[in-house]
Design a protein around this ligand. Structure first.
Ligand code: NAD
Ligand code: UDP
Ligand code: UDP
Length: 337
């Protein structure tokens, strides 16, 4: 990646209409690897930075031959000195199982990682996008959730390292914007699924598909009446790139997600039907502070990004099931159902 030094922000904003050098932290993860791919397809250079905590080289192996792609093993908790035109900050484990396995590291990654990427963006005078989360709304008392809702988050529970870490990162983003005039873009991402989710990361879509393909019990936490809204990863990546392309006046926070709302039991039944599995639904205890409901209010995304997701749950699930079928067969762990 050539080091040609910082460039001033154009007054029109931060549009990546010409080829740019783009840094993606967490680029070897599930969402990050799709974003790397999409930006390369549009002609940009991509510097993918990842410490492989939950991501892997395998997720970006198919990009390694591309001369515009570079992979750097680095932990965002430490300063990073590179020269780029735009930053997408995605580094952070996203599944409850992973982010709770080392909660102190999760908070450090969210907060110190954000601080370092903001310092980098400030030095380079380039826009920086934060992958924030619907978890900022906690167990929401307002439904669906608009960006103006301040949330209902337990500050001391097992999910707090993630929720409060992401909330503090948002605070840092807006303080760098107000204090230093930095061009920021904060996306509040709702549950996203698709190929390259980690098969063991414990998230509901990957869990149910892997369980169904293995003929194992489908684990409903609680009675399965809690709801989530599931966004296919290609739609999310499109939304993230549109957000980065907005004028500097657009900061977010802005919800990105699919408004279709399903109970977890409905999701389980759909996955069982689509895989033709003989798996049974079994109940397991509901984890502490598990949100009862979640659905994005997309009015702002529609108005400011002209964006809404286009992939129906059935279509996205079909592609994700096909990925896991192939992946598990390669790992030789699939049980015929
Ligand atoms: P993921 O776990 O697959 O990817 C996260 C990536 O960050 C991994 O490659 C991991 O190795 C890397 N990483 C973690 N700590 C790091 C550190 N200290 N330094 C460098 N790299 C580090 O998760 P994902 O689903 O791809 O999520 C990507 C981002 O989007 C995360 O910030 C997550 O909080 C956010 N998000 C995702 C969802 C979703 O449903 N997928 C929802 C809301 C927000
Ligand atoms: N930083 C970085 N890369 C840079 C510039 C800064 O990683 O190119 C880090 C820096 O080490 C610091 C953080 O970003 O920890 C915040 O930097 P800033 O300049 O805003 O604050 P300061 O260094 O004055 O505390
Ligand atoms: N869930 C479930 N069975 C599983 C994994 C998750 O019933 O095997 C539930 C979980 O309790 C939550 C929902 O599915 O209510 C979404 O969980 P996930 O971890 O995917 O995302 P998050 O809770 O962060 O929205």
């Amino acid at each position: 990646m050539p080091a040609s030094g910082p460039r001033p922000l154009s007054p029109a904003g931060v549009e990546l209409v010409t080829e740019k050098r783009v840094l993606i932290t967490g680029g070897a993860g599930f969402v990050g690897s799709h974003l790397c791919e999409a930006l390369l397809e549009r002609g940009h250079e991509v510097l993918c930075v990842d410490n492989f905590y939950t991501g892997s080289r395998r997720n970006v192996a198919h990009l390694m031959g591309n001369p515009r792609f570079e992979l750097l093993r680095h932990d965002v908790c430490f300063p990073l000195h590179v020269e780029v035109d735009a930053i997408y900050n995605l580094a952070c484990p996203a599944s409850p199982v992973h982010y709770q396995s080392d909660p102190v590291q999760t908070t450090k990654t969210s907060v110190v990682g954000a601080l370092n990427m903001l310092g980098l963006a400030k030095r380079l005078k380039v826009p920086v996008l934060q992958a924030s989360t619907s978890e900022c709304y906690g167990d929401p008392a307002v439904h669906p959730q608009p960006e103006s809702y301040w949330g209902n988050v337990n500050p001391i529970g097992p999910r707090s390292c993630y929720d409060e870490g992401k909330r503090c990162a948002e605070t840092l983003f807006f303080d760098y914007h107000r204090q230093h005039g930095l061009a920021i873009k904060v996306a509040r991402i709702f549950n996203t699924y698709g190929p390259r989710m980690h098969p063991d990361d414990g998230r509901v879509v990957s869990n149910f598909i892997v369980q169904a393909l293995r003929g194992a019990d489908i684990t409903l936490y609680g009675d399965g009446a809690q709801t989530r809204s599931f966004c296919y990863v290609d739609d999310l990546v499109d939304g993230l790139m549109r957000l980065m392309a907005t004028p500097a006046t657009v900061t977010g926070p802005i919800n990105l997600g699919n408004p279709g709302e399903f109970t977890i039991r409905q999701l389980a039944e759909t996955v069982v039907a689509m895989t033709g599995s003989r798996s049974r639904l079994v109940q397991r205890p509901l984890p502490q502070d598990d949100p009862r409901q979640r659905r994005p209010d997309l009015a702002r995304a529609k108005a400011e990004l002209d964006w809404q997701p286009t992939t129906a749950l059935q279509d996205g699930l079909a592609r994700t099931i096909a990925y896991f079928r192939q992946h598990l067969a390669l790992d030789n762990t699939v049980v015929q159902v």
